[in-house]
Write a protein that binds this ligand. Structure first.
Ligand code: NAP
Ligand code: ZN
Length: 442
């Protein structure tokens, strides 16, 4: 059976409303995607075929529209694949219980919707290196159990009474934060990602949740999320949900510093250190801005892909001193996406006068700042954390216009531990994305 035929048949069924979305959120989400003609791969083929057969059995074009949603949902339903999950509640996730880094299915309760909340049935969630740092408590203590995931894309299945920005059935996305104080100078400037108020940034996971006393936020390696409408994003219609998911962290974290530090102009010479999830997005975005892009990597085997696949202009192996020396003083700016401890001096030497090294990679250990290398050419070392909600929407719209998505390896939840091990070794092209709706079924 080919997906387009199924799309056409399912498409004649009227899309059900919020009540049905609330009752059968996963099936509702699948149907919305089928209607949109995309992301069908994770719908169990047999179930979809059963729906198509039923719809076509009568031979009449009128009949399909009369198939009640309940019956359609039953055809698409799959039993819980993780019955052994610990805990209780309406949401099923993959949780770390301690810093061993092991994830296992866990049930827990999401809060009931507040008037400004939306519920998103998660379709896909990217795996960021930050998830790995967090579940292993590499950045300091983590609150366990911890459900990671902040590159979330799905379908709105329920909205609160005061929600105007979304309707049930809309595609929606969530990044690294789900709230902020809303009152501090940063929030008033629209920089929720730098909130300095009493709540601070409320991260999508492992943060105290001001909306629910005593609760710790839980991320997108789970069947659904509930959050304030102001922190949810609209996903452009032309972007596939799975490959767009990592835009919500890897995309915005590289887009924001390229824009803020003026590295978004045609002809700017931009270096990208560390060709992983963030790095490959930095290359794509800088190329879209018209920059001349140099990848600086520890992995010689990434050269061909970087040049041919990502269209980088130059590739330097950082361990090769001759290559590094040949590119001395050649860059206007560098986005440093390295997840581990590394020396800054060799990378600083690539910057010309007034060049900027922007740290987005978050090494668990402090990096010594080589004063001579910074002072010598009035170089600047700066940092950047994700981006504001407004800027994240701007980035998504930019990616929609330029057809930019991430290069991903889509995986089932059963593969998550292997994926995390591979990520720790830098062995990913270039982002793992969990197929939540296809494989984590409550
Ligand atoms: P990733 O996919 O694992 O990529 C990291 C890359 O760094 C690797 O592919 C490797 O690239 C390079 N690398 C690894 N170890 C290295 C070492 N010892 N020396 C030099 N290079 C090394 O990780 P990611 O998801 O892109 O995340 C990168 C970092 O950004 C993480 O620390 C993450 O927590 C952080 N982050 C920050 C923000 C923020 O807001 N600032 C947001 C998201 C993530 P090569 O093989 O090319 O050398
Ligand atoms: Zn991230």
């Amino acid at each position: 059976m080919s997906p387009p035929a199924a799309t056409a048949s399912v498409g004649v069924h009227p899309i059900p409303g919020q009540a049905e979305g609330k009752q059968h959120p996963r099936e509702f989400s699948l149907l919305v995607q089928a209607k949109d003609g995309g992301d069908l791969a994770s719908i169990p083929e047999q179930a979809l075929q059963a729906v198509v057969d039923r719809m076509e059995s009568n031979g009449s074009k009128e009949v399909p529209a009369e198939l009640p949603f309940d019956e359609l949902a039953a055809s698409l339903h799959r039993g819980c694949t993780h019955c052994q999950a610990s805990g209780e509640g309406d949401c099923l996730g993959l949780a770390a219980q301690d810093k061993s880094g092991k994830l296992a299915p866990m049930r827990f309760a999401r809060r009931a919707l507040l008037p400004d909340d939306i519920r998103i049935q998660v379709a896909y969630c990217g795996i960021c290196h930050s998830d790995l740092h967090k579940i292993k408590a590499e950045w300091g203590p983590t609150n366990y159990p911890c459900i990671p995931g902040h590159e979330i894309v799905g379908v709105v299945s329920e909205i609160g009474s005061n929600v105007h920005a979304f309707r049930a059935g809309d595609r929606a996305a969530v990044g690294c934060m789900v709230n902020s104080c809303g009152e501090c100078p940063e929030c008033k400037r629209g920089l929720q990602n730098y909130c300095s108020g009493k709540t601070g940034v409320v991260w999508t996971y492992d943060s105290e949740d001001p909306s629910e006393k005593g609760a710790i936020t839980m991320g997108g390696y789970s069947t659904h999320v509930v959050l304030h409408q102001k922190f949810a994003l609209h996903l452009p219609a032309n972007l596939p949900m799975d490959a767009a998911a990592p835009l919500l962290c890897a995309g915005i974290t590289t887009y924001s510093p390229l824009r803020h530090f003026g590295l978004d102009k045609p002809g700017m010479r931009v270096g990208v250190v560390g060709l992983g999830g963030l790095g490959h997005m930095a290359v794509k975005l800088a190329k879209a801005f018209g920059c001349e892009v140099t990848v600086i990597s520890t992995s010689p085997n990434k050269k061909e892909e970087a040049i041919k696949g990502l269209k980088a202009d130059h590739f330097i192996v950082s361990k090769n001193e001759e290559e590094m020396a040949a590119h001395a003083n050649s860059l206007d700016g560098i986005i440093d996406c390295v997840s581990a401890h590394h020396e800054l001096a060799p990378y600083l030497s690539l910057l010309g006068t007034d060049g900027k090294l922007v740290m987005v990679g978050l090494s668990p250990t402090p990096l010594p700042l080589p004063a001579f290398a910074v002072a010598a050419r009035r170089r600047l070392v700066a940092g950047s954390a994700i981006g504001s909600i407004q800027e994240t929407q701007e980035m998504l719209d930019f990616c929609g216009e330029h057809n930019i998505v991430c290069d991903i390896e889509r995986i089932s939840v059963d593969y998550v531990m292997t994926a995390l091990e591979r990520l720790a070794k830098g062995d990913v092209h270039y982002r793992f994305v969990l197929d939540i709706q296809g494989s984590l079924v409550a």
